[in-house]
Design a protein around this ligand. Structure first.
Ligand code: ATP
Length: 571
């Protein structure tokens, strides 16, 4: 950054500097002669000193300006990436290849492009100015030759730069795996299991293998590009050396004084220095251009046009209305996950059911039967591959996820916000962040009737003074959902971290809090499921049974099998 500003100053002052150098040299040549002009010699020396001081001063003051450019550029880029991520469909956010593009998009540095571009412009102008001066002094074949050689080299560097960057892009998978393993090795949560199972060396070895694999490919690409640069660089140095030698040996009509000679010499050496620096900047700009392409690819990734963007509600684009509970209707719902570029896994197949407004559904089934996936479709977080999910409202049927209707959910992997306890709960209804009574009531509904802290204490050891247990965190997540008031409520395995007493209370709380609301409970506890109005039984992504507990028990199907298995376990 400092270099770019110094380059500007140097370039702008170059003609004056060369003129003063010529003056100094000419006056020194005339020293002792009757025509010698000591006064102008001293003035020229003082001028040169002043120029150097000014260059240093301007260079350091513009450092501040460039730091500002850096801050603005980085923040702007990151803000755009954050906003884009918020507008992407949830599936895209979860897709590794999209995550890779985002990772590489973050390498894009608009401030560096701006400064490097500025510097390139200045250096190129300086090279053109120097070429002009050398031509004017009668050495045009030399100047034009150096310039042409520089252009050829720039083209080569640009090609090498972008090829190198593309090679690095291809290592995305190895780098992703290496990053994941590195995170496992250093993060707080995995540390326990890694120690207990003695996994450190194994994971470290794998991390090193993936890193080395990516590093090796990178190293090979860098070595190849350096080899490709070697010959042009050597020939340029050789030709510059010959050019300087030619100047020393030859003479021109335009060179009459020692000053002219020194100026010519300076011009050639400066040009020989400026051209490689232009060439390198062209190379690094073409690498940056690939980062820019990644950034563009991420920003242009199709937005969430098919589902409602849940952020719109928060941004206030769509006025929120209290519209009472919703019902649900799904028609031949099918959903597949992309497990590889060619393979898709059918997680849900041909699911059809209807649920009246204000009722409670329990979704049960073995692990991997598709419960969480179905919930995401019902909430409008995923769009089905085939079929439809409708919300049945007082105002008519709308597509799932419509932002006018409030939803609240407690997922298995709920968030732990390192904020005040008050904020953690009030996220459910930000308008009530100062309403202590409402927050305390939501916490009580979730089973947190006593806690040893103030609502204003930050929780999470990273920023606060204390942390909560897993079960307490889960209760805070439930309180957040209760804080939301009248809404479509979804609990996806909300009691996994609770003790049996707390679990019973949590189910009772859930039923009480969901009174009059439409609510879905995903659970493996069939004892809790039997309290729901309807139970949906999933098996291998298909809805195999639905009905009340009594109906399903008499049907002697999958539900009865699961129920008896659990009952036998508890006897
Ligand atoms: N992000 C994903 N990418 C690819 N496949 C997935 C993804 N999430 C889930 N699956 C697959 O989809 C199927 C259904 O998963 P889902 O999480 O919906 O099951 P579940 O019934 O909620 O399971 P559990 O009871 O264990 O929570 C599983 O076979 C799972 O492997």
């Amino acid at each position: 950054m400092q270099k770019a500003s110094l380059d500007t100053v140097t370039m702008l002052m170059l003609p004056l500097r060369l003129y003063l150098i010529k003056l100094v040299m000419d006056r020194i040549q005339q020293w002792g002669q009757p025509t010698s002009d000591r006064e102008s010699l001293f003035l020229a020396c003082a001028g040169l000193a002043l120029l150097m001081t000014a260059a240093a001063f301007i260079g350091s003051s513009s450092l501040l300006k460039h730091t500002r450019i850096y801050e603005i550029g980085t923040l702007l880029k990151e803000r755009l990436i954050v906003e884009k991520t918020a507008s992407l469909p949830l599936r895209a956010v979860e897709t590794p290849s999209v995550q890779d593009v985002r990772r590489r998009a973050l390498l894009y540095a608009p401030d560096a492009v701006c400064l490097e571009g500025m510097s390139l412009l200045i250096q190129s102008m300086q090279a053109i100015l120097l070429t002009g001066l050398i031509c004017w002094m009668g050495y045009w074949p030399l100047a034009v030759g150096l310039l042409l050689l520089g252009c050829g080299q720039s083209w080569l560097y640009a090609a090498i730069g972008s090829r190198l960057e593309r090679t690095q892009t291809k290592q995305a998978t190895s780098l992703r795996l290496a990053d994941h393993l590195h995170q496992l090795l250093i993060a707080e949560v995995p540390a326990k299991e890694i120690r207990i199972f003695g996994l450190h060396s194994l994971l470290q070895q794998r991390w090193l293998d993936y890193s080395r694999d990516a590093g090796k490919q990178n190293e090979q690409a860098v070595a190849r590009s350096e080899r490709q640069k070697l010959l042009p660089e050597l020939s340029f140095s050789l030709i510059s050396g010959i050019a300087i030698l030619l100047i020393i040996l030859s003479s021109s009509t335009n060179i009459s004084t020692a000053g002219d000679y020194v100026v010519l010499f300076q011009c050639v050496t400066l040009l020989a220095g400026a051209i490689p620096s232009v060439v390198k900047q062209v190379g690094s700009l073409s690498q940056m251009a690939v980062h820019c392409e990644n950034f563009k690819a991420y920003i242009q990734h199709p937005d969430d046009r098919t589902t409602y963007n849940h952020n719109q509600q928060q941004r206030g684009n769509i006025p929120e209305q209290a519209s009472g509970p919703i019902g649900l209707r799904t028609e031949q719902l099918t959903f597949r996950y992309n497990v590889s570029p060619t393979d898709r896994l059918a997680a849900l197949d041909d699911i059809s059911f209807e649920m009246e407004r204000g009722t409670k559904i329990a979704i049960v089934g073995e692990n991997g039967s598709g419960k969480s996936t179905l919930v995401k479709l019902l909430l409008g977080l995923y769009r089905p591959d085939a079929g439809e999910v409708h919300w049945l409202t007082k105002e008519g049927n709308v597509q799932a996820g419509h932002p006018t209707y409030r939803t609240a959910a407690v997922f298995q992997d709920f968030n732990r916000y390192q904020m005040r306890l008050r904020d953690n709960v009030a996220i459910g209804d930000v308008m009530k962040v100062t309403d202590d009574a409402a927050i305390t009531e939501a916490l009580a509904k979730a089973g947190l009737r006593e806690w040893h802290t103030s609502l204003d204490d930050t929780i999470g050891t990273a920023f606060g003074r204390f942390d909560l247990s897993g079960g307490q965190w889960q209760k805070v997540a439930a309180a957040r959902a209760y804080m939301r008031g009248d809404c479509f409520l979804v609990f996806d395995e909300p009691t996994s971290a609770l003790d049996p007493q707390a679990e019973r209370e949590a189910f009772a709380d859930f039923l009480r809090a969901a009174e009059g609301q439409t609510a879905i409970l995903v659970t493996h506890r069939l004892g809790a499921a039997k309290l729901a109005d309807t139970i949906l039984v999933l098996k291998d992504g298909r809805l195999v049974e639905q009905g009340t507990h009594a109906q399903l028990m008499t049907a002697h199907g999958e539900y009865e099998r699961l129920y008896r298995l659990q009952a036998a376990w508890y006897v």
